[in-house]
Design a protein around this ligand. Structure first.
Ligand SMILES: Cc1ncc(COP(=O)(O)O)c(C=O)c1O
Length: 400
């Protein structure tokens, strides 16, 4: 029984026992002390938030449609915003209709609703290694058995999908994956879609980072090539602001009614005011200027971190250079444990997220995730230098 409910009349449901605190949020708390360079959080740069455009959009919504914006609204979401999502997806190669788009309270809620709709206790759910920790957290209360699919630097290997046969779905992160930063090439996407269709394996594709590309947009979504259709999740958090809590799920017509019922039961609808404000901002054409600015800013930060890693990481560490998104993934020499080293790193003035919690199965303790978007380049250099010293010290001790 959970420590907090011992000696009380409350009896927790089994699913509550399966809820765990987010390791990342716990680390973030520890790093709020002044003087720590936190490369841990996956927070967009606050300097990238379009504050003035939001202010003006709020005023326009309250002037033009105050009663509608403040009233209860449709569970499906605000019509024009759903239509906008359809047009955006069409531009990436994914065909859908507005009737397939459910606006959610962040794509995190979409993951929960998908879990609620598709997972029974003991269902197999296939995931990448590593995968998004928040998805593991969202699915875990529905009591799946996670199956890990072997991956390389592009993501899941099509020839390894056999391990996922019979799973309720394969959860995929093709674009600048959280945590590894990897991006799947066009050929891999087609091969995966084909192999999944051959195995009758449904796909759930999560894409919060696709717009954060640096030199070229990523290839079309895997869902665009999935013969049986796929569930696709998107988010406004990284293109506008996470505080809006706006995301969406695009579902095959056969699934949509159940998804909608799950949404109604969860929160009736996503705040109508936020949806209208977001739409107002988008309608003004802001993204055409805003996104290139965010991409340029994040690319410069990526370059700053790449240079710092080259300079300060001891030999034997491996990183790949992300072509978009927010994260570097570092593999330390075998034998080093990133979780065990974290207190030392925090004492030296830098925080990161150890890689272990991102694995549903056998964890690779010698991995860690660094975010390059939240702190300024000068601090990135300082943080990575501190990390390099801690790692060099650990290697000396281990291999002395
Ligand atoms: C891969 C992935 N999916 C989903 C989410 C949830 O995003 P949001 O709920 O803000 O849309 C995140 C957040 O960082 C993420 O990294």
């Amino acid at each position: 029984m959970a420590e907090t409910t011992r000696n009380t009349p409350w009896r927790l449901a089994q699913r509550a026992e399966r809820l765990n605190p987010s390791v990342i949020r716990e680390i973030l708390k520890a790093t709020e002390q002044p003087g720590i360079v936190s490369l841990a959080g996956g927070l967009p740069s606050p300097d990238s938030f379009p504050v003035q455009a939001m202010r003006e959009a709020c005023a326009r919504v309250l002037a033009d449609a105050p009663h509608e914006a403040l009233q209860y609204a449709a569970s499906e979401g605000f019509g024009p915003l759903r239509e906008w999502v359809v047009a955006q997806l069409a531009a990436t190669g994914l065909a859908a209709t507005a009737s397939q788009v459910l606006i959610t309270s962040g794509s995190q809620q979409g993951l929960d609703l998908v879990g609620k709709m598709l997972i029974d206790a003991g269902s197999r759910v296939a995931v990448e290694a590593p995968t998004y920790l928040g998805a593991l957290q969202a699915f875990a209360p529905y009591e799946p058995d996670f199956v890990t699919v072997d991956c390389d630097d592009e993501g899941p290997l099509p020839q390894a999908l056999g391990a996922a046969a019979g799973a309720r779905f394969l959860y995929l992160l093709p674009n600048f994956q959280n945590p590894s930063g990897r991006c799947m090439g066009a050929q891999r996407r087609l091969a995966l879609a084909e192999q999944a269709s051959r195995l009758g394996l449904p796909l759930v594709e999560d894409n919060p980072y696709g717009e954060l590309w640096f030199d070229a947009p990523p290839p079309p979504p895997v869902a665009a090539a999935a013969a049986g259709g796929a569930i696709y999740l998107g988010s406004f958090s990284k293109v506008l602001a996470p505080g809006l809590r706006l995301g969406y799920v695009v579902a095959p017509p056969a699934l949509f009614p159940k998804l909608l019922q799950a949404k109604q039961a969860a929160d009736l609808h996503t705040p109508g005011f936020n949806q209208r404000v977001a739409y107002e901002v988008i309608r003004s054409g802001l993204l055409d200027t805003h996104l290139p600015q965010v991409r340029a800013r994040y690319k410069a930060q990526r370059d700053a971190m790449r240079a710092a890693l080259q300079l300060h990481l001891p030999p034997g560490c491996r990183t790949t250079v992300p072509a978009g998104g927010m994260f570097f993934w570092v593999e330390l020499p075998e034998g080093l444990d990133a979780s065990a080293l974290l207190p030392q790193a925090v004492a030296a003035g830098v925080a990161y997220v150890p890689g272990s919690p991102f694995f549903s199965g056998a964890a690779r303790a010698n991995t860690l995730r660094l975010s390059f978007v939240t702190v300024a380049p000068a601090l990135i250099e300082q943080g990575v230098a501190a990390l390099g010293q801690v790692l060099a010290g650990a290697l000396e001790k281990d291999f002395a």
